[in-house]
Design a binder for this molecule. Structure first.
Ligand code: ADP
Length: 273
């Protein structure tokens, strides 16, 4: 037979169970809303370049094909639209992998200074179009870190591409590296571009979030760049920070784990290298 205390305990248990279920349902509903929003964003992102491509093809079929020069120009533009579609789909693929935890990291020791130089080389042409210089703030010796080199290359690429996209003509992107603690360094990417208003800072890393919707679309982003950067660093247990002054410039910085200290190698001549 149940005592009053038993009854009280039971009713508390039932209430707890019901509350648990309610929370579960709420979480599922939230996830569903999130999923629907994501799908909506994707189709919105894809529509613009798709309509562009469709537009050029239609114009060509409507007679623009006859003129060799016009034909070439329109085909090139349609091709650009396709490039953009591929770029967006690649970003979507990456973000999906990151959010479902499918992406595995391949960590190794590598020189971050060398990687930065490589990324500078790859983006030099893009920067030159706006006469923006890409540089390190001083000469650094090789600085070994422990991370997934390809993923960190992507992080650097996204941040530097942004510094160019949102940079002013004749501007400068400068990177500095600093010791943060015994086993961490911090890499800072500075630009003297348009800067970001305070009210946007908290939302920058959300997927598809853009400060100026029309402006950045013209620049050809997907709105996923920073969200990918954040995910990639979080997968490494590293952090990203942003500081910005509207009209003056921005600084995006992130931490990296130092490689285990390797003892200086003695060369044959006995000189420490
Ligand atoms: P997008 O594809 O639009 O560049 P991101 O996720 O890379 O997407 O960036 C989100 C938004 O943050 C951009 O649309 C832009 O408004 C702002 N932003 C990013 N980097 C910078 C920067 N270096 N300077 C100014 N604004 C920036």
């Amino acid at each position: 037979e149940m005592t009053t205390t038993d009854m009280a305990t039971l009713s508390r248990e039932v209430a707890k169970f019901a509350e648990g279920k309610k929370l579960e349902i709420e979480a599922l509903q939230l996830r569903d809303t999130y999923r629907k929003e994501f799908m909506g964003n994707i189709s919105h992102e894809l529509k613009t370049p798709l309509f562009t491509v469709q537009g050029y093809i239609e114009t060509l079929l409507d007679g623009a094909m006859k003129d060799k020069k016009v034909r070439k120009k329109y085909l090139a533009r349609a091709g650009k639209g396709v490039d953009r579609l591929i770029y967006i789909v690649k970003d979507l693929d990456m973000i999906t992998k990151l959010e479902t935890g499918e992406l595995s990291l391949n960590k190794e020791e590598f020189d971050i200074v060398e990687l930065i130089q490589n990324v500078f080389d790859l983006l030099e042409m893009k920067a030159a179009k706006k006469n923006i210089t890409l540089s390190l703030d001083k000469h650094y010796p090789p600085t070994m870190v422990f991370a997934d080199r390809d993923r960190i290359q992507q992080v650097l690429t996204n941040l530097i591409v942004n510094s160019i996209k949102y940079g002013k003509n004749d501007g400068a992107t400068e990177i500095s590296i600093e010791d943060l603690s015994k086993n961490k360094i911090i890499v800072r990417v500075n630009d003297n571009g348009e800067g970001i208003e305070k009210k946007h800072i908290g939302r920058l890393f959300e997927r598809f979030y853009r400060v100026d919707k029309s402006g950045s679309r013209k620049e050809g982003g997907s709105g996923l760049g920073l969200s990918i950067v954040k995910h990639l660093l979080e997968a490494h247990n590293e952090r990203i920070y942003v500081e910005s002054t509207f009209g003056v410039g921005s600084e995006f910085s992130f931490t990296l784990k130092k490689a285990k200290k390797t003892a200086p190698v003695k060369s044959k001549t006995g000189v420490l290298q």
